[in-house]
Design a protein around this ligand. Sequence first.
Ligand code: ADP
Length: 485
Amino acid sequence: MQLNYPKLFQTQAYINGVFVDGDSGTFEVTNPYDGSVIAEVADCTPQQAEQAIQAAAEGFKVWSKYTAGKRSRILRKWYELQLEHADDLARLLTTEQGKPVAEAKGEIRYGASFVEWFAEEAKRIYGDTIPGHASDKRIVTIKQPIGVVAAITPWNFPSAMITRKVAPALASGCTVVIKPAELTPLSALALAQLAQEAGFPAGVLNIVTSNNAPEIGSVMTESKIVRKLSFTGSTKIGKLLMRQCADTVKRLSLELGGNAPFIVFDDADLEEAVSGAVAAKYRNAGQTCICANRIFVQSGIYDAFTEKFAAAVQKQKVGNGLDEGVVVGPMVEEKAVQFVEEVVADAKNKGGKVLTGGQRHGASEGLVYEPTVIIDARVEMSVFSEEIFGPIAPVFKFETEEDVIALANDTNYGLASYFYGRDYARIWRVAEALEYGMVGINTGMISTAVAPFGGIKESGFGREGSKYGIDDYVEIKYLCWGGVK
Ligand code: ADP
């Protein structure tokens, strides 16, 4: 691969400050656009995961004793290196994951912004003094790092999902062992290279690459040394890991699936709603947990909206993410495309009409699926209940505010939601009624390091980013001072 800084192309695991081979050999990483093999990456054994955990425990003794200022400066350096190498990191990301390179660069900047943010927050982990309950008592709280943190991350944001967990963990004084998704380990290893250069002590950040996620996951969840697991991925695996963590009563942050409603009321600004829907739906070819999954449009503007929306969707250039101007790249793997084909077939069988897309983009581009709009969508269709995770937009018609709130909340998920409208009283009512951790109001783009990202219901718990992000990585300890006479 052509990189300005070839050292970012690391294929070995990163344990205790050194890059090492996997004791199970290697596994292949492929480019989703053309299926070519781009790397043979270290396949680590459970024993190597144990070694990484031990290294993190040793690293904790050093790192947690650093002053917040010292931790902050090293994090800041890591942030600067990510920006300096953003072009290479983006190219690497596109090659293993598929998203268009401009979008990949956006992910690198977004991911780095968490490191910047938490480099700053590291210095602001305050406790309280609380008026005592007796005249001779004084009460103080302090916040301490939880300890060794395990992080399991997905392939859809191979870089940002790591920094979003690792930055608050390291800022708090925790140390981490990361298992990146087997489809996209290269972005993780490039971050490790930059972490080494930024000056983190050995053992503070470890990356255990493996093709056997359940095996490494078991080591992480069973370990008594690991005091917290932070996971982003499917609800199914999140539930499994939650069960596995029960025996050691680990702290958990789970950022799981979503089924985002995107509601357009009659009084919405139509142009804005259309561009918001395109942004919220087709980013990363629809493969994000906050992508609009169900678009609900009020009957008065249904036809006008769907016409403009389909026209905008059709304009998006599809193809190889490395090519200039492409905005929708390939999906990540064959299985994902097949799932999309199933939900589209189901929608068509139940009366849905495809306005644009509805198929793969040609034989030579196997995993590129055309951005699709399906109108006359109905609740019986699988697109209503399933997380689509692909470039398919089903558009449902609704009549009243009450109806659409009931439809929007009729799901086990509760991550992101969106709506467009102008009536300010309704804006408050709807924002309060939506059972979601995040609500985009007249916008389709809600992700930022300064706000708390996270879900409710079966979308998980815990918040990433913002002033709240640190809370997931610290314990509150209360000191009760007696005998103050
Ligand atoms: P996705 O649908 O995004 O692939 P997954 O939940 O399968 O979602 O994957 C997210 C992350 O969880 C990946 O790093 C994957 O390797 C990991 N993973 C999958 N199965 C397990 C498991 N049984 N134990 C631990 N990690 C797992």
